[in-house]
Write a protein that binds this ligand. Structure first.
Ligand code: IPE
Ligand code: IPE
Ligand code: MG
Length: 258
């Protein structure tokens, strides 16, 4: 499936002000199974369509100047699914990476994996490493692909490593602060999430980027992931740009009635 182009013919790209755009967009690509079942197809058919949607959304992000996208492909909880579906998603993730890494490289995208090693297929890990190595010097956009990822797992893994370093004397307990924890996460240089999108109608995070999304703006789309497009991404960006992000601060905006 390599029919995705960076610029889609006939598609009018909005000109967003770069300084107002979300720098980092996190996406929970949800609704594949329902999309397929509604069409009397097995759930896996929905995952297959999701591949080109992801590429289209990355292209749409590049067109407007988004610097970082994180996509949730498989959670630490998704092992609860049927062995057949898990097997399909693992094999499919491996194949998508092999199929799409050259195009992502051509587009100037740096691919990074976030997640936990145990249980993850070796062949998937291998493809992730290949994609990371090929694209490591790209600077146009960073694309974090979350496979076998859980927000709580990420924080627990960081805590374990921090404890190890304290034991080794590399780190002092009294020096541990929020920036220390950030440094021990899977992608220490990841920007905080500005805009968190979830498709498929559910309004929950399902354990995606918990630490990094502390002050994210949320956009929930009713569309199932296979129906989502770059235009929907732009709509989410527009909604984001209308939000008032206060980060806990406050300013007087007294309404004058005179
Ligand atoms: C998201 O779609 C993809 C993965 C979790 C791998 P789902 O497979 O969760 O689809 P729904 O939510 O059941 O429709
Ligand atoms: C979240 O979707 C995980 C991914 C999109 C990879 P799920 O479908 O697994 O989440 P729940 O079960 O609805 O919370
Ligand atoms: Mg789901």
């Amino acid at each position: 499936m390599n029919d995705i182009s960076l610029h889609r013919k006939g598609c009018v790209v909005p000109s967003f002000k770069k300084e107002l755009l979300p720098q980092h967009i996190a996406i929970v690509m949800d609704g594949n199974g329902r999309w397929a079942n509604e069409r009397s197809l097995p759930r896996t058919e929905g995952h297959k369509v999701g591949e080109s949607v992801l590429l289209d959304v990355i292209a749409g992000g590049l067109e407007v100047g988004v610097k970082e996208i994180s996509a949730f492909a498989f959670s630490t909880e998704n092992w609860k699914r049927s062995p057949a579906e898990v097997r399909f998603i693992m094999g499919f993730s491996r194949d998508v990476l092999a199929r799409q890494r050259d195009i992502l490289h051509e587009w100037g995208v740096k691919v990074r994996w976030i997640g936990r090693k145990p249980r993850l297929w070796e062949t998937v890990l291998h493809q992730l490493k290949e994609a990371e190595e090929l694209t490591k010097n790209n600077t146009r956009m960073t694309f974090n692909l979350a496979i076998n990822y859980g927000g709580r797992a990420e924080i627990a893994d960081a805590a374990q490593q921090i404890a190890n370093d304290v034991t080794l004397g590399v780190l002092k307990t009294s020096d541990i602060d929020e920036s220390t924890i950030s440094r021990y996460l899977y992608a220490p240089f990841m920007n905080d999430v500005d805009l968190f999108i979830r498709t498929g109608g559910e309004q929950r995070t399902s354990n995606f980027l918990m630490w990094e999304s502390a002050y994210a703006e949320f956009f929930f789309s009713e569309k199932l992931w296979p129906d989502f497009t770059r235009e929907d991404l732009w709509e989410a960006c527009e909604a984001y740009m209308c939000r008032d992000r206060r980060f806990g601060g406050a300013v007087d905006k007294v309404v004058s009635h005179s």
